[in-house]
Design a protein around this ligand. Structure first.
Ligand code: HPA
Length: 277
């Protein structure tokens, strides 16, 4: 048993949702996870309360420098939202289910939709650093799954529409309306923390990936397991190893993600407004 309990809600999600409600009353519509360098989105939240992960049972405090590890509850474009500013990655602890309780908490707070964001490397020339990419599907190259050990029959999860087709249409529509159309592609999850080798990047391309990264897939699986609908978006921070000229580093990821944040903020706000109507 990995701690989900045989029935959803029997873990720490309820307890943590109570802590959030004690700080700020209300129910919420949309939950978000902010990836590397994208924490600035949390500053957009109005009427916000901020709760450090360390005050929330079983919330994993991230060891990654660009992740602030706090839950922010408030409104965005008039819609009640909960932001998980900071995620724990598989490579930090070896636990693919590290984000189990935060995602349960979103569900317990009434969220119906999870919008996950990350930083990623592009495998396609036309998806350039600084631009966003809507995730249409994923390849779980790590082979790890957060539901291993889960006993509930729901573990046999249909992943054919994990990235909700309706929500993807909404994102594409708001992207067109706010300026340029958004690229869409398949995200391939590598465990990290090393970046990929050029040979791995060539393989990823051959296998049908458009971008690579070290996160998101476990959270998408957990979110689908809890019944949340999912949309996910990458900010492209570089070309995959061997495809570009720049050396890859976390510093570089953070710097370019920060530059992509303005466009991301615009898209997220418009998406939330549309979905929250
Ligand atoms: N690979 C894996 N993760 C990443 C990358 C990359 O090229 N860029 C940003 N996160």
């Amino acid at each position: 048993m990995n701690g989900f309990g045989s029935e959803f809600g029997s873990g720490y999600g309820k307890e943590c949702a109570d802590i959030v409600r004690a700080a700020r009353e209300g129910t919420y519509r949309i939950g978000m996870i902010l990836g590397s360098g994208l924490g600035a989105l949390a500053e957009e939240i109005e009427d916000a309360v901020r709760i450090p992960y360390s005050h929330l049972t079983d919330f994993p405090v991230s060891t990654v420098s660009s992740h602030s590890s706090e839950l922010v509850a408030g409104t965005l474009a008039g819609v009640p939202v909960v932001i998980l500013a900071g995620r724990a990655h598989y490579y930090e602890s070896g636990d693919p289910a590290a984000m189990r309780t935060p995602i349960q908490t979103l569900k317990e707070l009434g969220c119906e939709v999870l919008l996950a964001t990350n930083a990623a490397g592009s495998l396609r020339d036309e998806i350039t650093p600084g631009s966003p990419m809507l995730i249409s599907d994923h390849i779980n190259w790590s082979g790890k799954n957060p539901l291993i050990g889960e006993e509930d029959e729901k573990r046999f999860l249909d992943m054919s529409t994990a990235y909700d087709p309706e929500l993807r249409e909404v994102m594409k529509k708001v992207a067109r309306e706010t300026g340029e159309p958004i690229a869409e592609g398949v995200y391939m999850w590598f465990s990290g923390p090393t970046f990929e080798t050029p040979a791995e990047i060539r393989m990823a391309k051959l296998l049908g990936a458009d971008a690579v990264g070290m996160s998101t897939v476990p959270e998408v699986i957990l979110a689908r397991f809890t019944g949340l609908r999912v949309a996910a978006m990458s900010v492209i921070t570089n070309y995959g190893a061997g495809l570009g000229t720049e050396a890859l580093s976390h510093e570089q990821t953070k710097a370019v993600a920060l530059k992509g944040t303005d466009r991301m903020k615009q898209l997220v706000r418009a998406f939330v407004k549309e979905v929250g109507q």
